[in-house]
Design a protein around this ligand. Structure first.
Ligand code: NAD
Length: 559
């Protein structure tokens, strides 16, 4: 008997002809289990009689029950644990529930609750939803990957736990991040869970408090770095290529000193990307492109001042540069649109401290300026981007100055979580008489000022990475190129409606994320076919090909 995941209507699916397990084995398989929804016929034919209570429920009834159980949980972590155990039991029902309540549940299965879940991962750990590969497995990674029960993995999200959200080094506890991101791939873009593999590479942790915790689940030594670390990553990439040749690797929450190096080393060798750098860049660029419909002007006419010159900031500036070049600016001119203030002041050529490589392309010939306020005064930016995780750095004075310099200043306060934001939505609107085009990393409630309500947009990466991943997978792209991220950003911006803009929102409502992902996947796949990076022949109609291949959480009759 074929498994239901062999059905062509479930999309990007395996065609292995796996035998359907019977009885307890079927109930224990989260991809196949339907719980109380197994029909009378199935209960007889599949050895389930007596293993389930007698009443047969529909999926709608199951949904009602699970939603009410979920809402009874008293705090976000309890809700996270409830959803995780549902996911481990019955993925169809889990994804049905999450898709139907996406705005309510994204903050539970991902940031901010996932951060708390990671910190407590050792305590709430019940069953591994992914693979832990530690330095102890050096030399045996391919053999370890074969232990994963599903042979046709297409999407791997991997972390080494060094920079988990804004929480720092959580070592092996970082596993919550790849698990959460892959759940979003399925919920937001319809990637079949069968294809998803979360991985945590455990190379130790420099978090002394964790190492001294008797319940810590990871390796109890300092992080390995240098050549042994690089060799471990190289072995991992090689092993993935051999065991799961169609898999795309998404690098996630690596420390910034490794994130740029790893991305550079592998982006043209294997299908891979870094969401913290490239996904953030695309979501921010989309917000800016949509914001310009309110503030006016082309990308090449803007001047961006970033506070923070890390993965997010320089990633955004690189993609912005590429977008401005499409408007006809030579690269050197396009780079001069982006300026950075980091923890030491304005990033300029000849600054006495050595600049990290990723900052050098944006170190311009200009006198050094020590503070953000003075940099705003001298450089007169049109767009201010906060990616420094330094709370309240956009003071009312700085915001008011932006409003004096610009009719509609674009203010992006992207640092997460909320407590790290450079300013709140309310602060931005108040200091600019409601003229700011504002977007943030963490969600802020609408603000009413002088009788007008402003709805701030949230530049959440979830608008971008699921669609990019899906587009790269359906086209079997050998690389995930900058051009694909550019297309993703342009597509997202194009989906911001006039109604969204009228409310001040530069992103579509999160409830539309599944449609957004399909459009982005189409744009990314088109780019893969156009550029010759696709390893699959182009279908006649790319969009219907994608729509036919996405996973829809439905029950199928097994008998
Ligand atoms: P990072 O550690 O790579 O970079 C942080 C940068 O900020 C560094 O250049 C550092 O020098 C600078 N910095 C620190 N304190 C500063 C200060 N007081 N003044 C000026 N600069 C200062 O981190 P990252 O990955 O770039 O992330 C930065 C922030 O952006 C985080 O809060 C993260 O949550 C947020 N982020 C948001 C999104 C999103 O909204 N979609 C996506 C990714 C990252």
């Amino acid at each position: 008997m074929k498994t239901p995941i062999d059905r062509s209507d479930t999309g990007l699916n395996p065609h292995g002809g796996t035998m359907l397990p019977m009885g307890p084995g079927l109930l224990a398989n989260s991809l196949l289990n339907k719980g109380t929804a197994f029909t009378e016929r199935e209960r007889d034919a599949l050895g389930l009689r007596g293993l389930l209570p007698p009443r047969v429920f529909t999926i709608e009834e199951q949904l009602e029950r699970t939603l009410s159980n979920y809402r009874r949980k008293e705090n976000p972590l309890e809700k996270y644990i409830y959803l995780t155990s549902l996911q481990n039991r019955n993925e169809t029902l889990f994804y049905r529930l999450v898709q139907a309540n996406i705005e309510e549940m994204i903050p539970i299965i991902y940031t901010p609750t996932v951060g708390q879940a990671c910190m407590e991962y050792g305590l709430i750990y019940r069953r591994a939803r992914g693979m832990f590969i530690s330095m102890r497995e050096r030399g045996r990674i391919a053999e370890i990957l074969r232990h994963w029960p599903y042979p046709d993995v297409r999407m791997i999200v991997v972390t080494d736990g060094e920079r988990i959200l804004g929480l720092g080094d959580l070592g092996a506890l970082g596993m919550g991040i790849p698990v959460g991101k892959l759940s979003l791939y399925t919920a937001c873009a319809g990637l079949h869970p069968y294809y998803c593999l979360p991985i945590t590479l455990d190379v130790g942790t420099n978090n002394a408090a964790l190492r001294s915790n008797p319940f810590y689940i990871g390796l109890n030594h300092e992080r390995i770095h240098g050549a042994p670390y690089d060799a471990f990553i190289a072995e991992f990439v090689d092993a993935v290529g051999r065991i799961f040749p169609k898999a795309l690797i998404q690098w996630e929450d690596f420390g910034n000193h490794n994130a740029f190096r790893i991305l550079q080393a592998y982006r043209q060798k294997v299908s891979s990307f870094n969401d913290d750098i490239q996904g953030t860049a695309a979501v921010a660029l989309a917000g800016i492109i949509a914001g310009l419909r309110l503030s006016g002007g082309r990308l090449r006419d803007q001047k961006l001042l970033f506070l923070g010159a890390g993965e997010a900031g320089t990633g955004i500036a690189e993609l912005y540069t590429a977008a401005a070049r499409l408007e006809g600016l030579p690269e050197a001119e396009a780079r001069k649109l982006c300026w950075f203030v980091d923890s030491k002041g304005l990033v300029v050529r000849g600054r006495p401290d050595p600049l990290a490589d990723h900052k050098k392309p944006f170190a311009h010939d200009y006198p050094f300026i020590p503070t953000l306020a003075e940099a705003v005064e001298k450089l007169k930016p049109t767009i201010l981007v906060g990616v420094s995780a330094s709370p309240k750095a956009f003071t009312p004075e700085i915001l008011a100055r932006m409003a004096a310099l610009n009719k509609r200043p674009v203010i992006m306060s992207l640092s997460n979580p909320t407590s790290k934001s450079e300013c709140t939505a309310e602060e931005a609107y108040k200091a600019t008489d409601g003229r700011a085009v504002f977007a943030s990393g963490s969600p802020f409630p609408p603000v009413t000022l002088n009788g007008r309500t402003h709805v701030p947009g949230q530049g959440n990466n979830v608008y971008i990475f699921p669609g990019v991943g899906l587009g790269a997978l359906v086209s079997e792209a050998s690389q995930v190129s900058d051009a694909m991220f550019l297309k993703a950003a342009q597509t997202l911006a194009s989906l911001v409606s006039e109604e969204d803009l009228a409310m001040g929102r530069v992103y579509p409502a999160l409830s539309k994320v599944r449609e957004v992902s399909i459009h982005i996947a189409k744009a990314v796949a088109e780019e893969a076919y156009r550029s010759g990076l696709a390893r699959r022949a182009q279908p006649a109609d790319i969009e219907s090909d994608i729509r036919a291949r996405v996973f829809n959480p439905n029950y199928y009759d097994y008998v």
